[in-house]
Every structure is written in C-alpha cells, then in structure tokens.
Write a protein that binds this ligand. Structure first.
Ligand code: ATP
Length: 581
C-alpha cells in the first residue's frame, strides 16, 4: 500500500461532479462562453448534456466540423425519459458546416440552449470568430444561452477573446470514476472468465491507472482480460496472478504518458542501493511519516519536496528513484526542456498539459532533473521574448498554489550548477529543503563500493574495500561504480577468482575524476552550499578543491549508466605501483 495516499475525500470525489458544479456556478453567474480543455471529448460533452437535461425547455446542440450543428432530443414532460435515447441526434441544421455560418446561426437563435462546439480551435486566429464570440457574450445575457467550446488541453486562448470567456478543465477520471469504469467493464464479462480480484488488488489496479482517460483504462482493462487468459493458459499452476494484470495496465499507462512526450515513468530503486547520504535519508524517513491522516490531524502539512544540488554523478537522481520506492508511488520524470514548442503559445499549453497530467498521476514522485539547464537564467529575461519566463512563472505558481492534499506530488529537483538558478524557485514554501549532495566521505565510499560489488554478485572484505576508498577521495558515486566495473573486467581478464581491493583501486589511477576538471564549478557550488543548503550526509564537507594544470588530456566525465570515458593510459608510473595487484 502506498505511503503517499490521497485523502479519502479526494478518493471518493468524481471529477465529473466537480466539473458540473463549477459549470453550473459560472453559468448561474451569467457567463455566456466557456472554453473547456480536455483529452476526453465524449465524456465532456455528455457531462454538459446532462446539465442541459436538468433545465426546462433548453436546446442542446453540438457542432462538429463535418456535420455542422446537430440537434439532440430532450424528453418532454409527457414522455418517459428512459425511452428517449438522448445520445442520438435528431437532425442537423442545414448549411452550418462552415464555422462562420455555424456561429451566425446560434447568434441568431432566440431560444434558451446550450450549444457545444467540438474543436473549433483551428479557427481561433480569425478576427471573424473573435467578433462572433463577443456578440454571443452580449446576447447570452438576454436569453439563457451558453456556448461551450471544447478544445484539446494544450490549446492557447487568443488574447483578443481571453476576457470574454471562462476557461475550465475537464480532468481525467478520479479514483472513484476509474472504479466505476472497472465495475462497468467487469460486470459485462461472463463470471467464469473474469478475474477474481479482492478489494486490495482492485485498489492497486486503480492506483496504477490514475492519469489514464476513461477510454484508455477501458481498453487496458479489456486487453488485460485477454492477455491474462493467455498467460493463464500457459501457466502450470493455472492460478490467476493479479500482477500480470497490473503489468498490462501499466504498459498502457506508460504508452498514454509517452504520447505527451513530456513525461516519462521511471523504474524505482530501493533505498538500499543508495550509499551514504545519511542526513538526507533520515530527512526523508521523517517526511514519509507525514502522509497519514493522523499527521494531518496533528497539523502537519503534506511534504512538498526537495532540491538536491551537487556535481554530476553524486547520486541525486538515484535518490529520487529511491524516494519513489520508499513512498511506494510511481516516479515520473518531467523534461522541462521539451515544453518549449515552436509555435506561439505552444510552450504555455504544453506546460499546462504536463502539470495537469502530473496532478492526475498523483500520488507520485516528480523528478525534475538538472533544472539549472531548464530554468537557469530565467529570472533575468531568458532572451526568448519572454516565453521562458512565462512558462517558468506557470511552474512557480503551480509549485506555490498546487493542492498538495488533493494531489500529493513529492517533487525532487536536481541541479549541478547553482549560479543562475532563479532564487524564487528555491524559496521556502515551494520546497521543504535544499540539500547539497557532494563528494562522499571515506566511510560513504566504502558503502557505495560495497553496493556496486553486491549488485554484481561480489563481496570482498572491508579491509580490501578500504584500499579502494582511501585512494578515491572526491570521487562521486558514478565514478566509484565505474572503477568497480572496470576492476571486475580486469580481474576477470586476469582469470582471478574474485576481484580484490588492489585491482579495483588500480582503476582509479587511470581516471581523472570530474572534480579536477571542474574545480571552479565545484568550489562555487560548495561556497554557495555553506550558506544555502544542508549537507546530505554527516561526513560531507564543503571544502575547496584545487584545479590541476589542464593538459587537454584525461578529462573523464560520467557517461550514461555510470561508465566513464577514460583518459589515455599514462603507462606504468615511475617506480611502479605500490598496490599489490
Ligand atoms: P547528474 O547530475 O549528472 O544527473 P546525479 O547526481 O543525478 O548526476 P546519478 O545519476 O544519481 O547522479 O548517479 C549515476 C549512477 O552513479 C547511479 O545510477 C548509481 O549507480 C551511481 N551512484 C551515484 N551515487 C551513488 C550512491 N550514493 N550510492 C550508490 N550508487 C551511486
């Protein structure tokens, strides 16, 4: 069961009810034109139609680009409402495929009604359309008429009509709605061939589906049944394994997330894979306890997240993966750089889409890696006509005002370079703490080396590991991992039964650690950390490092997966190595 649970109130709420409530409230306040952003056109139109059905003598019409306006039936007081199929149009309004004529037709209409236009945004740049919208706003005050423009969730509202409309979001299904969908699909299946899950298993399936649209979930559920049956046929025990089903759901969810091109679901890693960082781990442990209802009653707020600053390869992203496994919620990576689109208004739309998607995935851990690259320099202009600043502003507002109780998102931000990071991003209230994750102490290096040996099926004595730790001062975790890998390869090629400390330590000799190549940056970061961040471990020191003379050779940088690009071998040292290899 996830540590980071949504509150019972938010689990029971149906987003469609919240949407209808907001729509009614604004409609009662005589708002004439609504823009509704959604990925679920069908569910959204039905929700609006339901509202129309509660009104007396109110037309309900829908415009689609290949048919024009279509009228929908409404049961009169003399009819049995259950006999009227309100989903089938009764006819079309001739000559209204053309968007101008479609607007003209409703602007001339003198009857109460709700008029829904599906995806009219392709015409949003036309002044003619702006004028029709403005005309409709005035007319709606005379009649009880509402115009509803349904658009994709990335659409930017033209500035000319921004003040004339009310913008709303029709969100993907909540827990309760996903459960409705689950029940509907399962009720339609013959009991003999339907998987028999208990409540806890159903809860896990729903939890894993959060963020999917109704249709996506419905499809995943149906495919899950087929795939599970295939798996069952191939199993000797003929037992149902709910985890098979969850895998299918997750596969579909990953595909749905991939479509946005902004978010990525990442695999969590256990905290036991993270060496050192005792203070940071202790800090998280306390926060993990702050999610209970009991903590809420005690007056403790839902944690917001943490910024980890430090050199590349120090374990910041690894820590984020371990946060996800500690809190037992999915890890979502958000690549801010991908928000920036080539069309006007696109970037803001994509940021909004990403933030909404993130909330719909809550409870989750959100990893924003290397924010210095995404947001560095934003507070002083950014030099892109203000787009970066606006998008950054959107993000800051979300960080500040998001409803963390309702959509718990634990944010882990990482940065290598702090100069140029906007101070407003780091302000208390947006995040809970800033930690400097820098070079591990000797004791921590021992722990990290052990982890990487263990992960590769080796265990060597502490005395042997100490040989490696003593000659790797200021090596980051990724560099330690790299010398372990190289040490194993070396030991294997020498046909040694198992690697020893000396053979691994020798690998460190051929490697120029990153701190030497980037001493200036490391020093600046350490200087900054002294006043602005907490050390991630009790053994970490924010001391200065010295820059060796650069010869142009030998810069090593961690490559993906912890591999190092090696400097050319310098050959045996004068007098040979004192390490017993
Ligand atoms: P960047 O700033 O470049 O994103 P980072 O600080 O996020 O770097 P990670 O990507 O977390 O660094 O580290 C790369 C790899 O190095 C990890 O996947 C892990 O294998 C290893 N590593 C780093 N730090 C540690 C650690 N403290 N314990 C165990 N392994 C570590």
């Amino acid at each position: 069961m996830s540590v980071l649970m949504t509150t019972s109130a938010s689990r029971e709420a149906r987003n469609v009810d919240l949407f209808q409530e907001e729509f009614r409230r604004n409609s009662d306040a005589a708002i004439g034109v609504f823009i509704i952003r959604t990925r679920e056109v069908g569910r959204c139109t039905s929700a609006v139609q339901d509202i129309s059905l509660t009104k007396d003598d109110c037309y309900y019409r829908v415009w689609v680009c290949n048919k024009g306006w279509q009228n929908y039936p409404r049961p009169s007081s003399f009819q049995d409402a259950s006999l009227v199929d309100v989903t089938k149009p009764t006819g079309t309004v001739e000559g209204t495929i053309d968007i101008g004529k479609a607007f003209d037709s409703i602007c001339k209409e003198a009857h109460d009604g709700i008029y829904v236009m599906v995806h009219p945004h392709h015409h949003f740049e036309k002044p003619l359309i702006h004028q029709y919208i403005k005309d409709f706003v005035l007319k709606a005050r005379e009649f009880d008429q509402r115009l509803v423009l349904i658009v994709p969730d990335t659409v930017k509202i033209p500035i000319e009509i921004e003040d004339d409309l009310h913008v709303m979001d029709f969100r993907p299904p909540s827990h309760a709605e996903l459960l409705d969908c689950y029940k509907q699909v399962f009720e339609g299946i013959d009991p003999g061939s339907r998987p028999d899950f208990d409540d806890a298993q159903i809860g896990t399936i729903i939890q894993n589906a959060v963020g999917m649209t109704w249709l996506e979930f419905e499809t995943a559920l149906s495919l899950g049944i087929v795939e599970m049956q295939n798996l069952l046929d191939g199993r000797e025990d003929k037992e149902q394994h709910p985890e098979d089903y969850i895998k299918v759901i997750l596969k579909h969810k990953t595909e749905a997330i991939k479509k946005t091109d902004l978010l990525e679901l990442m695999d969590p890693q256990p905290m036991s894979d993270v060496g050192g960082l005792d203070l940071l781990k202790g800090w998280l442990e306390k926060r993990a306890k702050a999610y209970s209802e009991e903590a809420r009653k005690y007056g403790i707020e839902v944690p917001k997240g943490v910024l980890c600053v430090g050199p590349p390869g120090a374990g910041k992203s690894l820590f984020a993966k371990a946060v996800s496994s500690t809190l037992l919620v999915p890890l979502v990576k958000f690549d801010i750089g991908k928000v920036f689109g080539k069309f006007i208004g696109e970037s803001e739309g994509r940021m909004r889409q990403a933030l909404q998607m993130i909330e719909s995935l809550a409870p989750c851990v959100l990893l924003l890696d290397e924010i210095d690259k995404g947001f560095g320099g934003m507070s002083n202009g950014g030099g892109d006509g203000g787009i970066g600043q606006r998008v950054f502003g959107q993000f800051l507002t979300w960080m500040q005002e998001r409803n963390n109780d309702r959509y718990p998102v634990f944010v882990v931000m990482t940065a290598n370079n702090v100069t140029g990071l906007p101070p407003e991003l780091m302000r208390k209230g947006r995040l809970d703490e800033i930690f400097a994750v820098t070079f591990p102490s000797e004791e921590e290096r021992i722990e990290i080396i052990k982890i990487h040996l263990r992960k590769r099926g080796h265990e060597i004595s502490d005395t042997e590991i100490a040989k490696v730790a003593s000659c790797t001062d200021k090596f980051v975790g990724a560099e330690l991992e790299s010398i372990v890998k190289d040490g194993l390869l070396e030991a294997y090629s020498r046909k040694m039964k198992a690697p020893n400390g000396a053979v691994i330590a020798a690998q460190a000799e051929n490697m120029q650690p990153l701190y030497k190549a980037f001493a200036d940056r490391v020093n600046a970061m350490h200087e900054w950390a002294k006043n602005n961040a907490k050390p991630a471990s009790s053994g970490m020191r924010f001391e200065g490092v010295s820059q060796p003379k650069v010869t142009g050779e030998g810069l090593s940088r961690p490559a993906p997966g912890g591999r190092m690009i090696r400097r050319p071998s310098l050959g045996p040292k004068k007098g040979g190595s004192n390490l017993d290899v």
